[in-house]
Write a protein that binds this ligand. Sequence first.
Ligand code: FAQ
Length: 336
Amino acid sequence: MYTQAMDQPDPQGGSLKAVRDAGADALQRGFDDRIDADRKVEPQDWMPEAYRKTLVRQISQHAHSEIIGMQPEGNWISRAPSLKRKAILLAKVQDEGGHGLYLYSAAETLGVSRDALLDALHTGKAKYSSIFNYPTLTWADVGVIGGLVDGAAIMNQVPICRCSYGPYARAMIRICKEESFHQRQGFESLMTLMKGTQAQRDMVQDAVNRWYWPVLAMFGPPDADSPNSAQGMRWGIKRISNDELRQKFVDATVPQARILGVTLPDPDLKWNEERGHHDHGAIDWDDFWAVVNGNGPCNKERLATRVKAHQDGQWVRDAALAHARKQQARALKEAA
Ligand code: FAQ
């Protein structure tokens, strides 16, 4: 009798199910061997569904962060204090948009559509970095975003250049080069302000006071409360844990703050000779989760601005599609 069941006896006496299970085991072993040997996984390679889903989650959150991250600084393009600063800021904000595009392309290689990813962002289902839900109140905030936020982003993203998934790792190489320019321009802008008037120095200190703690939280929850870390590290997606990266950032930021002449707003910050690292004070994780869950100072504004920009850009996407269809029809006609 005809059947579609998979566990029918086969002529050799086994069953199709056993054959299928052996095939799945071999695929899993091949994948594990590749990860253990630190070889890249490419889109055409077999991968476990959970690995694919984790990558879609992380890469799309990262892409969303880049494009939402255009807003806090974009807010200052029309008010930059000189033509030079305006040109630098325009380039930086455009770079962040570009990073979002490389990352959406990397996510698309995993079989998801960009429309679906953007829809998840626009309907509030997808996360993006907590850090972009804080307001940019003064020009010094722009320098602090460059110096501290991009500084943290580099610390987190350089290890992702060695991520096990090829398209993500390759996208990160270029992104990190650009982030490095972003960090330096931020530091240089702050240095200029610190060499200015007392009012300018106060403005920098105030911006550092407001951004420092959200930047520390940006690395994600402590390792003990990070549900995705262990598996992400086993798969070579994450290379360094949230807490280790945060520690590296604190250690790198202390001497930079000293050179700038600003005080980091942490009374418990001190060098620990035994550990060879700085100890730091407690992070307000309740504030972090409130922001992640949509209740930060600017979450609603950021999302509304993004949705409006997407709607306003509909005619551009329509025109590009119409042009592509026209070209295709012309090419078909010429080929006929
Ligand atoms: N904000 O288990 P973990 C930039 C979520 S780009 C919001 O530790 P995981 C450039 C996390 O998604 C900045 N949510 O998760 C720029 C998870 O939720 P889920 C973005 C956060 O994935 C500069 C839950 O908490 N960078 O700055 C945050 O192992 C200037 C549990 O956490 C990246 O995306 C947060 N801060 O580690 C642009 C880098 N932290 O998904 C413009 C790539 C954690 O289970 C201007 N991503 N959560 O519902 C990563 O390295 C990782 O995904 C982490 C989180 C480290 C962010």
